[in-house]
Design a binder for this molecule. Structure first.
Ligand code: MGD
Ligand code: MGD
Ligand code: MO
Length: 777
């Protein structure tokens, strides 16, 4: 494999991606379509093998798993943001959650000897898999440019370096503070407080690449940036629509909800260019009887393979069908709901009428008949939930599509009642909590006013930089200090070579991490690695063992308590790292940073005063299941300018690829967690020993003279006309609509130009790259 970028647009001469992401393959690349159920014994086998490899057997692994996601007595699984089973009837776990936890609990360690043995230039040539696979980081390290090695540094000196560099900036906006969505609520609150007390709203987060579109759309339509349903609603819906989610890999606990829904006769419609494993059938591992008898339950009643970017056209078509039907069948539409609770309906009706069926067919890539099938399911259900993830959000028109989803729900009053409503599936386990607790580069005035009053600071009022904005500013020299609170910014962000260069131009990069990753070896002039406790570990502070809280995809806030001995005695908790940096940067700060860290209850008491919905935080978060943050829209209270739910009526976007080009979506394999790669396999898609691949429709391959598994060159064309390349990827003939292609992130970030972000959400358009694909010559 090789990668390069057109000379005309290359930010510098450095070859962009000299490293592999996945491990060296264990055998020949292979593709054999997968026909087994999702989860079940395949998952059980994979988990056992994985735990053995990480040295987590025989005791630690199973013990930790018993503690996972249990009513405020265990730690929250860092694997995803799907809510916990509220009935506590069974072990609420999944293959990928177990892998995630095992990966954190590994016995392998990266100590000072490791860094002494390997220069940073050498490490930069390692695979991302190998970097993370070295195990847990154990002590703070600083980059020494003379030797090109990371060398040990005391926590005191590390904080002093951060503090000094921040204080020497001409303007606090020359620093940017990134958050990856694992950070607990208490640390989150301290982190944003530190940034704002310093004087900047530069708080980019992974959400800028993830669900920004969902937040903005729901805020505009419903006056709340979150979903309105909870797990109990999932258990009572008559119809579930799942758009653009690979649930079996990325939210596996959703499978329990899907099998349950099928068993009670609910309809389940999957909308995805690929028929993913969760859209077929599953065996739930905690269902002992089904496991013993190999009994698989269906998890789908209808699969619609939309073209990439075609979701809005499908949803518009469903709405059009409902409106047409309402002429003869008044019950198709909930007129009373529409009249009482919404505005903009007549305009929306006109927009639907004005959208011809031919356009809906062309743009969705579906036949009218298929669209009508989906509309019928929706019409016949009393209660519908529409759920979505990145397949919907990472597009130019992500906001419009989510608003269209809300439009459709409003037509039949599928809001504010049991079993109905919008349900975005968030990614990181606390990404929703991060936003709730203040990680927002464009905070509201009300939020800042309250923060100012409660914390006695003067927060800046001008909006800050998000992820894309931060990368540009670093590249231009306007941001000189980058702090990464978790995550792997270098590899997760778009336009890999440009992002690498941006980080390298920084005066100081600080990465607060659990494991070694690309963002440590692609660093600023000075660089720190600050190792912290993971979620599974005991957090000892002055007033005893501390717990931290998280908020799941459905607004439930609950406690997470680590139970393992920390990977090293030198680790600090995330709140302690933040407090250390804050004190060093703000020596005269009146904020009691050290006092907060002694006892997180004190942070929570302040949060209770500063944040909406956190009243009586310390008591409520200790209730057996925690508490749910009230969603006004759920109570049919709409904090919109009109005080009502607002229909939106934009025209459909044109998503049909130009002749000769394809729309390429980047996505995760089954065996990875964002930039953490577990293996080169993607079990549910039948792939072994291969990540540098592109899934294509067989006719598109034939047309280009591409043989099965033959090497191809992929070229993306950005809006500004610049081109980016990935060469020697293998073409896998796959069941995907014509004109569409798919492959894996983070490798394919090389193809995603930084300027190709959505004008609606500012999210990089990671699911719709415009590419040409040709056989490698
Ligand atoms: N095991 C595991 N779990 C995870 C993660 C992980 O990497 N590994 N990541 C976490 C994070 S941060 C997130 S945000 C979530 C991500 O969860 P997903 O959104 O499931 O992530 P992707 O792998 O990007 O998959 C997107 C899905 O969208 C489909 N798709 C692509 N384009 C379109 C389109 O135009 N329309 C429709 N309808 N579908 C489309 C793809 O075929 C794929 O099935 O998962 C979280 N959970
Ligand atoms: N092309 C393309 N790019 C994408 C996407 C896509 O679909 N396509 N998806 C985007 C999305 S949705 C997201 S969310 C981003 C993900 O972006 P990030 O959140 O930045 O990346 P992760 O890979 O989740 O971060 C992994 C690192 O987190 C650190 N870590 C793990 N646990 C902890 C912890 O408890 N504390 C701390 N401090 N550190 C910890 C480890 O060091 C590990 O190496 O990627 C985005 N990039
Ligand atoms: Mo995400």
């Amino acid at each position: 494999m090789s990668t390069d970028q057109d000379e005309s647009t290359a930010p510098d001469e450095r070859a962009p991606l000299e490293h592999r992401v996945g491990p060296e393959p264990e055998g020949e690349p292979a593709f054999r379509p997968y026909h087994h159920p999702a989860a079940g014994w395949g998952a059980a086998k994979s988990v056992t093998r994985f735990m053995a490899r990480e040295g987590a057997l025989p005791m630690d692994g199973p013990r930790a798993i018993m503690k996972m996601n249990h009513e405020n007595t265990g730690f929250d699984c860092p694997g995803c943001a799907w809510p916990d089973d509220t009935k506590g009837l069974h072990l609420d776990i999944c293959e990928n959650g177990i892998k995630h936890v095992t990966w954190e609990m590994t016995r392998k360690r990266v100590g000072r000897e490791f860094f002494a043995a390997h220069s940073v230039t050498e490490l930069a040539g390692w695979t991302d898999y190998d970097l993370e696979n070295q195990g847990r980081l154990t002590e703070p390290m600083v980059y020494d440019p003379d030797s090109d090695h990371y060398v040990p540094i005391s926590w005191k000196d590390a904080f002093a370096l951060v503090g000094r560099t921040l204080r020497e900036l001409e303007d606090p906006n020359q620093a940017s503070f990134y958050t990856s969505g694992r950070l607990g609520n208490e640390a989150t609150f301290l982190y944003q407080l530190m940034a704002r007390e310093l004087g900047t709203n530069n708080l980019p987060d992974c959400s800028n690449m993830c669900h920004e579109a969902s937040g903005r759309a729901m805020q505009a339509s419903l006056g709340t940036g979150k979903g309105t349903v909870d797990l109990a609603d999932w258990e009572t819906a008559d119809a579930l629509f799942i758009l653009g989610v690979n649930a079996a890999s990325n939210a596996p606990r959703m499978l329990t909800a899907l099998t349950g829904a099928h068993a009670r006769g609910a309809q389940i419609v999957h909308v995805n260019p690929l028929v993913e494993a969760a859209a077929r059938r599953a065996i739930i591992p905690h269902d002992v009887k089904d496991m013993a008898t190999f009994h698989a339950t269906k998890t789908s009643t209808l699969n619609l393979q939309v073209r990439i970017g075609g979701d809005m056209a499908l949803v518009r078509g469903m709405a059009k069908a409902i409106l047409e039907q309402s002429v003869t069948d008044p019950k198709a539409l909930d007129r009373e709901f529409v009249e009482r609770h919404t505005t903009g309906f007549e305009e929306y009706r006109a927009a639907c009428e004005a959208t011809p069926w031919e356009e809906i067919e062309t743009q969705s890539g579906l036949s009218r008949e298929d669209v009508l099938k989906a509309a019928r399911v929706y019409r016949e259900a009393d209660r519908s939930i529409i759920s979505w993830c990145l397949g919907v959000t990472q597009h130019e028109h992500g906001v419009d599509t989510v608003r269209e989803i809300v439009n459709l729900l409003l037509l039949r009053g599928n809001l504010g009642r049991e079993g109905a409503g919008p349900s975005p599936v968030r990614g990181h386990s606390n990404v929703q909590g991060n936003r709730t607790c203040g990680i927002d580069h464009h905070p509201s005035e009300e939020f800042l006013d309250r923060l100012a009053e409660v914390c006695a600071i003067e927060p800046p009022r001008e909006h800050g930089l998000d992820t894309v904005g931060t990368i540009k500013a670093m590249h231009d020299g306007d941001v000189k200090v980058f702090v990464g609170m978790g995550g792997n910014f270098a590899l997760a962000a778009p336009d890999t070579p440009y992002t690498y260069e941006a980080l390298r131009r920084c005066e100081l990069t600080v990465q607060v991490s659990t494991k070694l990753n690309r963002s440590h070896v692609v660093h600023g002039r000075r660089a720190l690695i600050l190792p912290c406790l993971g979620r599974t570990e005991k957090d000892h502070q002055r007033k005893g063992i501390q717990s931290t809280s998280v908020e799941d995809s459905m607004s439930m806030v609950h406690m997470s308590i680590g139970m393992k001995r920390p990977a090293s005695p030198h680790l600090l908790s995330e709140p302690a790292v933040i407090a250390g940096m804050a004190r060093a940067a703000l020596p005269d700060s009146a904020t009691p940073w050290e006092w907060y860290v002694e006892d997180y209850d004190r942070i929570r008491d302040t949060m209770a005063k500063a944040l909406d919905g956190f009243e009586d935080f310390n008591r409520r978060v200790r209730l057996p299941l925690g508490f749910r943050i009230k969603q006004p829209a759920r109570e049919l209270v709409f904090l919109t300018p009109s005080g009502k739910a607002e229909f939106a009526s934009p025209p459909l976007p044109d998503v049909v690829p130009e002749p000769g080009t394809l729309a390429l979506g980047t996505m995760r394999s089954h065996d990875q967690w964002n930039t953490t790669i577990y293996s080169d396999n993607d079990r549910y898609r039948g792939i072994r020993n291969l990540r540098t691949l592109v899934f294509m429709n067989r006719s598109d391959m034939r047309e280009r003279g591409i043989a099965d598994m033959a090497p191809v060159d992929i070229t993306s064309t950005a809006r500004d006309g610049s081109r980016r390349h990935l060469n020697g990827y293998l073409a896998v003939p796959y069941d995907i609509p014509r004109g569409c292609a798919a492959g894996y992130m983070p490798e394919m970030n090389v193809l995603c130009a930084l300027d190709d972000y959505s004008t609606q959400s500012d999210q990089p358009i990671m699911k719709h790259l415009k590419v040409t694909i040709e056989p490698t010559s």
